[in-house]
Every structure is written in structure tokens, then in C-alpha cells.
Design a binder for this molecule. Structure first.
Ligand code: G
Ligand code: G
Ligand code: MN
Length: 401
């Protein structure tokens, strides 16, 4: 069934006490155009189903504090018509029993999955749902065959674009951020919003990230001869922050590139850190010991507690575009930016404002003492050739006096 134009996205709730499982299900849901929430405990899940009319609930039957079955009663009491997907490490008979119980309570069950979760099976289940669910956005993303992406990665179809980071006062180039694109012979130019989540839920993300890292380091190296202090920033998937082998792999890429570790910045979002705090802290600390810099991307949009975030060994903080874009009209935005500026200064963090499109915004940010900016005002993401040419420019988008 198709979602009528303009109707809200179908919503999915994943109830699982393992953060990594929640993350995987959430990302898989997004590739199908479902808005997804997560709950780690039964209490949290009950609260959510009372507040939101979910279309799909993916339920781990073995929650640490309770068995997931108790949620079925809450769903019924809330008058929910959500379709259920059970996930469990128990054997098939337990899952079947749970499915029968749900049916007896008048709830619909789409199917059951074992653990570890096979994401392709989950996606197949969600896609086959009878109702409103999982159709929106399907033609946008879901039809990309993971095998096509896997081949694209091997055939070097993923390309790196570079967007400059510039000092707001002098308009001097201090670094570039890599933003990848997939140049697919079959699909044309594919944006990362489409292929990164797909790579994440099909196990291709490590390979992809490593390829992007290697390629961008190779392209970046000659630029450092012209601009010895410039940095290269690469985005990391939240999934990568659960991969304990990441620090070694990053070091290996650096060793083969002749780029010093201090010239590399890895950008991670707040959410990535909160997925598995202990693993993230472990990986990030080891990266810092190796000399690599770390940046908090999209700062202000995640759900991380400020305290736990700021205890991690970050070197840079990027104010999210949403604050930057509204700073001329929303009276709160400059106050928030000013607070972030002083926070960054106190903690000795580099500060970058993203999404600067106009001179007015750049002027306000300068006045608020934000040192570095990134955005269309200076340059959109540029090809390697275009960036090489513009490297000769000493001043980017000269400030209006
Ligand atoms: O440039 P753009 O609109 O296409 O990027 C969209 C989103 O994709 C941004 O949130 C950006 O952080 C993310 N992104 C771009 N390139 C990469 C990449 O190489 N790896 C990861 N993990 N994310 C990327
Ligand atoms: O999430 P992350 O900050 O890594 O990704 C940056 C995203 O913002 C990319 O999609 C990039 O193409 C986009 N972007 C960069 N500069 C601007 C800008 O000035 N305006 C807008 N709207 N988007 C921008
Ligand atoms: Mn980024």
C-alpha cells in the first residue's frame, strides 16, 4: 500500500536493551522511510507506546529487566494497532509461543527473527508488511541492491568531495571535510544519505569507510605541501565506533599515506557516542593516543548528556547547521552559540560553525567569536580538481568591510 503524499512517516519503535541492536534496527528502518525511536527498558517502551501510535514495534523478548511479553499488554491497553516483529536469542519455539500469545491479544505479528539480528531479513519483513508501513521512501532507497553497492565500493565508484573550513576573520583555509558520493554507472550520482545507511545495515560500512579514508588521505597529501597546517576531516559512521579494530585500521591507513596523524580529524555525531559509551570511549581514547583528532559533528542535535560528551577526548566541536541557519531570526540561537563558544574555549576545543550561507550569518558568528566556519558562502563540497585549483586562493569569500 502506498503512503498518500503529505502523510507523516510511519513510525517504528525498537525495544532492545542492547544499544547496538537498537542502532542497527533504527538505521534499517530509515532506509525504508520509517521514523524510528528506541527504548532500552520495558518502562521506557510502555511510556512510548502510550504517547505515540506506532505502526511497527520490533521487540526483543529477552530484555534485561523484564521479558518483552509484558509490553504486549501495554500495547493492547493503549489500543495500538502496531505490527510486531519479535527478536530473540531464544529458540524458535519460544518465539512462536510469543507470536501466538500476541495474536491471542489481538495484535498482529509480522514475524520473528533470531539473534544476532540479520538485518536483510528484518528489512525483508518490514517491506512485506501489509499496511501503510515501509512503502514510503521505498522507491527512494530500498531498491538499491546491496550487491551493487558492494561492487561499487570495490570498483572505486565512491568519490570524495572536499568542503573547506575557513577562519571567519581572515578567511584562511584551515582544513577540508570529506563528503562522499557514489558515482554509479547504473544509478547515477547517489548521495550519502542513500548509500551510507544501506552500507551500515548490510555490513559494508567498514570497507566503505576504509576506502574513503585511504582515498582522501592520498588526495590530501600534496595539499599539505602548500598548506602545512591544514587538516583533513572524515565522517565516521556510528557503527564504526563499536568496532574495536578501528584505531589499528586508521593507523594503518595513515602509515601508508605519509600524512601525520595530527592532520586527520574524525567527525562523529553525538548519537554515535551514546550508542555504546564504553566502546566509543575506548576507541576514541586509543585514536587520540595515536595522535588523531576527534570532532563532535552536528553538536546540539543529539541526545548525549553534555557531561558524558565533554569527558570524551574530543579536539573539535561543530555547531549544527540548524543553529547557524536560524541565528539571524531566532533570538535564542545567538545565545546558544555564545554559550557554545565559551564552552569550547574553556575546554580548549576547536570550534566550527557549519552551514554558513550568507555574509550576514558569517558576520554575526564572527561577532559571537566563533573562530571557524564552513558552508556554501565559502564553497560547496568541491571535487579534488576544483579544490586543488582553489588552494591557490589565499582568501575565501573576502569579508565585506
Ligand atoms: O554532503 P551531504 O549532503 O551529501 O552529506 C549528507 C550526510 O552524509 C552528512 O550528514 C554527512 O555527514 C554524511 N556523509 C557524507 N560523507 C560521508 C562519509 O564518507 N561517511 C559517513 N559516515 N557519512 C558521510
Ligand atoms: O552532517 P555533516 O555536518 O557531516 O554534513 C554536512 C552536510 O551539510 C553535507 O550534506 C553538506 O553537503 C551540507 N552543507 C555544507 N554546507 C552547507 C550550507 O552552507 N548549507 C546547507 N544547507 N548545507 C550545507
Ligand atoms: Mn561532518
Amino acid at each position: 500500500m502506498q503512503v498518500p503524499a503529505g502523510s507523516p512517516s510511519p513510525r517504528l519503535l525498537v525495544v532492545d536493551d542492547e544499544a547496538v541492536q537498537r542502532l542497527i534496527v533504527t538505521r534499517a528502518a530509515k532506509t525504508l522511510g520509517l521514523a524510528a525511536d528506541g527504548a532500552a527498558t520495558l518502562a521506557e517502551a510502555v511510556e512510548r507506546v502510550q504517547a505515540v501510535a506506532y505502526d511497527v514495534v520490533v521487540l526483543d523478548l529477552g530484555l534485561r529487566d523484564h521479558d518483552g511479553i509484558e509490553l504486549l499488554r501495554s500495547l493492547r491497553e493503549a489500543g495500538s494497532d502496531a505490527v510486531l516483529v519479535f527478536v530473540s536469542g531464544f529458540d524458535e519455539r519460544v518465539r512462536q509461543a510469543a507470536a501466538r500469545l500476541a495474536a491471542a491479544l489481538g495484535l498482529r505479528v509480522a514475524g520473528t527473527l533470531g539473534k544476532p539480528l540479520q538485518v536483510d531479513r528484518l528489512v525483508a519483513l518490514l517491506r512485506a508488511l501489509p499496511d501503510r508501513v515501509g512503502s514510503q521512501g521505498a522507491e527512494e532507497t530500498a531498491e538499491i541492491d546491496p550487491a551493487l553497492l558492494a561492487a561499487g565500493i570495490e570498483n572505486n565508484e565512491i568519490i570524495c568531495l572536499f568542503q573547506p573550513k575557513v577562519t571567519l576573520r581572515e578567511r584562511r583555509l584551515v582544513g577540508v571535510e570529506v563528503l562522499s558520493r557514489w558515482r554509479s554507472p547504473a544509478l547515477g550520482l547517489v548521495r550519502p544519505d542513500r548509500f551510507i545507511p544501506l552500507a551500515e545495515c548490510t555490513g559494508l560500512i567498514d570497507r566503505l569507510t576504509y576506502r574513503i579514508l585511504e582515498q582522501s588521505l592520498r588526495l590530501f597529501r600534496p595539499w599539505r605541501q602548500q598548506q602545512p597546517d591544514m587538516t583533513l576531516a572524515v565522517n565516521l559512521s556510528p557503527i564504526s565506533l563499536t568496532d574495536l579494530a578501528l584505531p589499528e585500521r586508521v593507523s594503518a591507513a595513515l602509515a601508508g599515506s605519509e600524512v601525520p596523524p595530527a592532520a586527520l580529524v574524525l567527525e562523529v555525531t553525538e548519537g554515535a557516542v551514546m550508542t555504546d559509551y564504553v566502546a566509543a570511549a575506548d576507541i576514541m581514547t586509543r585514536l587520540r593516543i595515536r595522535g588523531v583528532k576527534l570532532s563532535i559533528d552536528d553538536f546540539g542535535t543529539g541526545h548525549a548528556s553534555l557531561l558524558s560528551l565533554l569527558r570524551l577526548p574530543f579536539s573539535e566541536l561543530k555547531i549544527d547547521q540548524s543553529f547557524v541557519r536560524t541565528c539571524l531570526h531566532d533570538p535564542e540561537a545567538p545565545k546558544i552559540i555564545r554559550a557554545v563558544v565559551s564552552l569550547a574555549r574553556e575546554l580548549g576545543l576547536q570550534l566550527v560553525a557549519e552551514g554558513i550561507e550568507t555574509e550576514e550569518v558569517a558576520a554575526l558568528l564572527t561577532q559571537l567569536r566563533c573562530p571557524i566556519g564552513q558552508g556554501y558562502l565559502f564553497a560547496p563540497p568541491l571535487s579534488h580538481t576544483a579544490m586543488t585549483e582553489r588552494l591557490r586562493e589565499s582568501v575565501w569569500a573576502e569579508a565585506v568591510p
